[in-house]
Design a binder for this molecule. Structure first.
Ligand SMILES: *[C@@H]1O[C@H](CO)[C@@H](O)[C@H](O)[C@H]1NC(C)=O
Ligand SMILES: *[C@@H]1O[C@H](CO)[C@@H](O)[C@H](O)[C@H]1NC(C)=O
Ligand SMILES: *[C@@H]1O[C@H](CO)[C@@H](O)[C@H](O)[C@H]1NC(C)=O
Ligand SMILES: *[C@@H]1O[C@H](CO)[C@@H](O)[C@H](O)[C@H]1NC(C)=O
Ligand SMILES: *[C@@H]1O[C@H](CO)[C@@H](O)[C@H](O)[C@H]1NC(C)=O
Length: 629
């Protein structure tokens, strides 16, 4: 009897505590986004030699998703999808096959997430949360004349922003110099020769009294303007890594005629869109606070700590004013270039890349520790993910040291939207007391599920109720809250029954874009996860990548196998790493699955409108110097 009474008291106390917490404070949301981090780079996803205790703890205290998929394999489109829960092709934020520029190139670009799209930050703003973005944005800064004000994140629901407007470029590591004139460049030799010829002719003309002094002055002025222009173009706009400056010039000159013909031929080579270290650093290496530039060029050493400090200060302010918050901390690690604070150099077992992963983990730890010290841990939903897979091709130009991520046994990486390694990323959800701890979910999920899931878990109205403008915007993500909260119950019923039949849609189809084309599709049926390839990359022999180099990626429209007439089909439950031959074409399984997926794709294409690509446009490519901050 006594025991029963005590139990009753205990139950009442527990219920009282839970409900009083639930009523008073609306829950907070913290999103931790890593950049270019591979699924094989973390201890909690099976890496035994890297040291990521903080992220591993997040996994053991929450739900670990093993089949978590990004909508794209490049930063800009994947981040757009994460924030809007919609495919980037729906609003022009994915590359087209003409220019193939896959991301926003610089701060003055006119490409940006359309104002009309509704982001998760905007939803939380509508729910009276304080919202903040710390770290990388890369979705367009929308700068005004002379760069006086760059709206960027503040146009998309973030009350405050501190971080980098675009991305880190590997050239930021070496600022380079303005006065360069390498004589090994044919163009520079030609410049010198022309200069000498003009000078000699002028002197000759002067002594022979053919030219007047005023003519000479005019010629000198005009020719030197031209020389400076050519010198700058030849030395600071390096179109020479894959194609010559001349072939670019020819392409640009002929483009209007080709467009009139309705046949815009491919540009010389997209990997050749390069500028010099000096140019890149000076027109792009910025740190912003809200709409204003506050640091140029960025001091890379200590950047991670500076951003983390900003987030911990934000948390401290919220603990004081007691307002619910939505904080997105978007790490600049582990994108190239590699850099770390002095105390991190050489600490990991995996060179500079490993140091960067472990520094990222330290940052995650610092933010989570602050959350706990401020007493906010219990009431905060935390989500950790990476925008896409690791960049396999990335090497340090001189030393060839690998500086890209590791995607475990999955094949392919960054840039390959159809390959598993390009899009299979870590995904962790933690909310003490609400989500189960130490649970693994193998059901396929998407980064695009974030908005509907988080609004549902936090008990807020849905997106159309919060932001009525979103009513005509179809979401590509779904609410996986029941999968997260009830999954362990299903798992207990039987090892093989990892389907969540009554918790989650038992059928779901995923599209996998490589830039604007669909390269692969996935069908989840409860028992099976099928993956169907329409295109595959032509990898270098013996690898799952396309060459080496910090700017090398597999192209999406060339160097591919076209399988559209006979798609390749894998069952990822039987063969998760696609090591074995695909399912044979004459089986009824193959026929049924490919028929269903191809019919779905046809319907999708008939139904969904795709506007022209913004990021594969001249407005993104061109340096719009008049809005340069
Ligand atoms: C762990 O991560 C490092 C860094 O990416 C990588 O070099 C290594 O191969 C990984 N090890 C395992 C066992 O996955
Ligand atoms: C936000 O605050 C406004 C004004 O105080 C209120 O009318 C509205 O209902 C609040 N929204 C939510 C979702 O709580
Ligand atoms: C949001 O809720 C309303 C009313 O419950 C419902 O009609 C609408 O379909 C929901 N929208 C979404 C996107 O779930
Ligand atoms: C692949 O082949 C199909 C059918 O032959 C064709 O319609 C399509 O344009 C091809 N795709 C590419 C990228 O060449
Ligand atoms: C499919 O074709 C293979 C050889 O190409 C044959 O061995 C197999 O029996 C066929 N299966 C069916 C179901 O027809």
């Amino acid at each position: 009897m006594k025991v029963l009474v005590w139990m009753l008291v205990l139950v009442l106390v527990v219920v009282g505590v839970v409900s009083s917490e639930g009523v008073d404070a609306p829950p907070n949301v913290l999103v931790l986004l890593a950049d270019d981090l591979g699924i094989g780079d973390l201890g909690c996803y099976g890496n035994t030699t890297i040291n990521t205790p903080n992220i591993d703890r997040l996994a053991s205290e929450g739900v670990r998703l093993t089949h978590h998929l990004s909508a794209a394999a490049y930063c800009t489109p994947s981040r757009a999808a994460l924030l809007t829960s919609r495919f980037p092709t729906r609003y022009g934020m994915d590359a087209n096959r003409v220019l193939q520029i896959p991301v926003i190139l610089h701060t003055t670009s006119n490409a940006a997430l359309p104002k009309d799209e509704v982001t998760i930050a905007e939803a939380f703003q509508a729910a009276n949360y304080t919202t903040a973005l710390v770290g990388k944005w890369h979705l367009g800064m929308e700068c005004s004349f002379l760069g006086k004000s760059c709206l960027g994140p503040s146009n998309h629901g973030f009350h405050s922003f501190f971080g980098i407007p675009t991305t880190l470029f590997f050239e930021f590591g070496e600022p380079g110099s303005f006065w360069v004139f390498p004589l090994w460049k044919m163009m520079n030799r030609a410049l010198i020769a022309t200069w000498l010829i003009i000078m000699c002719s002028l002197m000759f003309g002067y002594y022979k009294k053919i030219l007047k002094a005023s003519h000479i002055m005019a010629i000198l002025l005009i020719s030197h303007f031209l020389f400076i222009f050519l010198w700058f173009t030849f030395n600071h706009c390096n179109f020479t890594s894959g194609a010559s400056t001349l072939s670019w010039a020819a392409y640009v000159l002929l483009l209007p005629f080709r467009l009139l013909d309705g046949n815009p031929a491919r540009p010389p080579s997209t990997s050749s869109v390069r500028v010099s270290e000096w140019f890149r650093t000076n027109y792009n290496s910025f740190l912003f606070r809200d709409n204003k530039l506050v640091e140029k060029p960025i001091q890379l050493e200590g950047l991670t700590q500076k951003l983390v400090q900003e987030s911990t200060q934000f948390l401290t302010s919220r603990a004081k004013d007691n307002r619910p918050f939505f904080l997105m901390h978007s790490f600049t690690h582990v994108h190239t270039p590699m850099f770390s604070a002095r105390h991190w150099k050489g600490r990991s077992r995996h060179g500079r890349y490993g140091d960067n992963v472990e520094e990222l983990d330290e940052g995650v730890g610092a933010i989570l520790d602050t959350l706990r010290e401020l007493g906010l841990e219990k009431n905060t939903l935390v989500y950790f993910t990476s925008d896409h897979g690791g960049h396999l091709e990335a090497v340090e130009p001189g030393t060839m040291e690998r500086i890209g991520g590791h995607n475990g046994r999955f094949k392919g990486g960054k840039g390959q939207g159809g390959s598993e390694g390009g899009i299979r990323v870590p995904g962790l959800y933690r909310w003490p007391g609400i989500l189960p701890t130490g649970v693994t979910v193998d059901v396929p999920t998407s980064l695009m599920d974030l908005m509907p899931t988080v609004l549902s878990l936090t008990g807020l109205p849905n997106i159309t109720q919060l932001v009525p403008r979103s009513a005509d915007k179809e979401l590509d993500g779904v609410d996986i809250s029941r999968l997260l909260t009830e999954y362990n119950v299903v798992e207990e019923r039987g090892k093989n029954e990892h389907t969540g039949k009554d918790q989650h849609p038992t059928r779901r189809i995923f599209l996998h874009h490589c830039q604007e084309d669909v390269h692969a599709m996935r069908l989840y049926t409860g028992e099976h996860v099928y993956k169907m390839y329409l295109y595959r990359h032509q990898w270098h022999k013996g690898s799952t990548q396309c060459g080496w180099g910090p700017m090398n990626y597999c192209p999406c429209f060339t160097q591919i196998y076209n399988l559209t007439t006979q798609p390749m089909l894998y069952d990822l439950i039987q063969d998760p790493y696609e090591d074995y031959p695909p399912i044979t074409h004459n089986t009824s399984e193959y026929k049924a699955v490919t028929r269903e997926l191809l019919a779905y794709l046809q319907q999708w294409r008939d139904r969904v409108y795709f506007p022209p690509s913004q990021i594969s446009s001249w407005g993104n490519f061109m340096w719009r110097f008049w809005v340069q901050p």
